[in-house]
Design a protein around this ligand. Structure first.
Ligand SMILES: [Zn+2]
Length: 341
């Protein structure tokens, strides 16, 4: 089969790879129906995360089960499935409490290499959720978002304790931030303030339920959010970037007693203890336990209550994956959808 391998900064190749095989009896092999490039793939692409060796890419996936190992009981060949980027058993005490991405048997980055024709999914029964039936074609992009960006945006809103009637601020206008807007709206937020400078992203944010746009950054952006909230700050803030500036903006934009849900992969962030101590802000986040939310998100998509697939503003054949990376790196695209031939 063919799949995507990153060799170094800005060096992504679509090349011949070994066909994935069942290794553990709990594995499944799926044929990808669609794949995509994640914002987090851009960290190594830009050379910020160093690659020690060529790395098969892709951790967001939907597809049809081809084969299952001898201990897989619930997932069956022929099913259309959505999974999360951490394989988890869905049975341990940590999974039962909803933190699948810290499962005691978790396999991070699993599957490695889903920007490919086929992928091996470990712990298939715990990791994969089948849809009620084979989905109509137009639902596939939205189902794919559930695998990571939507699940992550949803967790961010949940971790930020979004409640009906709340005022929510969203820092970051990438796919996760935008789907954080959609999630906050679904959770009943009354006012959703998005920090964005890009007209196309502002437009999508408004479609997803944003009520206000703040174009300033840093302290000026925080001042504007305070101005919009009677000087108090937001009840809930979604941090979907992962930089020092974005994290401090988020903490400062939250009111005392408010919450920040952070899901941008943190890079070089140091929170000054003194300021944090006196902020009275709750901080919760990390790698999203997407698996917890999959049944609910699949249900919302299946019943056409939400249309998160709109974040894909570029569709390419899978073999043009390198162009997908370029377009996202150069911010010509919010998120690239890849269709295997
Ligand atoms: Zn577990």
């Amino acid at each position: 089969m063919k799949g995507t391998v990153m060799y170094g900064p800005r060096d992504v190749r679509f090349e011949e790879r070994p066909d994935p095989k069942i290794i553990e009896p709990t594995d499944a092999i799926i044929k990808l129906s669609a794949a995509c490039v994640c914002g987090s793939d851009l960290w190594p692409y830009r050379g910020i995360d160093e690659l020690k060796q060529p790395m098969p890419m892709g951790h967001e996936y939907v597809g049809i089960v081809q084969e299952v190992g001898s201990q897989v009981k619930h997932i069956k060949p022929g099913q259309f499935v959505v999974g999360s980027f951490f394989a988890s058993d869905n049975t341990c005490e940590i999974c039962q409490s909803g933190y699948h991405s810290s499962c005691v048997n978790r396999q991070p980055g699993a599957p490695t290499g889903a920007q490919a024709e086929y992928a091996r999914i470990p712990l298939a029964d715990g990791t994969l959720v089948p849809t009620p039936d084979l989905p109509p074609e137009d639902l596939i992009p939205s189902l794919l978002t559930a695998s990571d960006v939507l699940g992550t945006g949803w967790f961010a809103a949940d971790a930020a304790n979004v409640k009906p009637g709340a005022t929510v601020a969203v820092v970051g206008d990438g796919a996760v931030g935008l789907l954080g807007v959609l999630s906050a709206k679904q959770m009943g937020a009354e006012r959703i303030i998005v920090m964005s400078r890009h007209p196309d992203r502002q437009k999508l944010a408004l479609e997803f339920g944003a009520t206000d746009i703040v174009t300033e950054r840093g302290d000026e952006g925080v001042a504007h959010i305070k101005e919009l909230t009677d000087g108090l700050g937001a009840h809930s803030v979604i941090e979907a970037v992962g930089t020092q500036e974005a994290m401090m903006q988020s903490i400062r934009a939250a009111r005392p007693g408010g919450s920040v849900g952070f899901v941008g992969v943190l890079h070089g962030v140091e929170i000054p203890g003194w300021e944090f101590f006196f902020s009275h802000v709750h901080l919760h986040g990390g790698p999203a336990p997407v698996r917890r939310y999959l049944p609910h998100l699949i249900d919302l998509i299946w019943n056409r209550k939400i249309n998160p697939g709109k974040v894909f503003d570029l569709t390419l054949p899978l073999e043009q994956v390198a162009e997908g990376y370029r377009a996202m790196d150069e911010r010509r695209a919010i998120k690239a959808l890849l269709i295997p031939s």
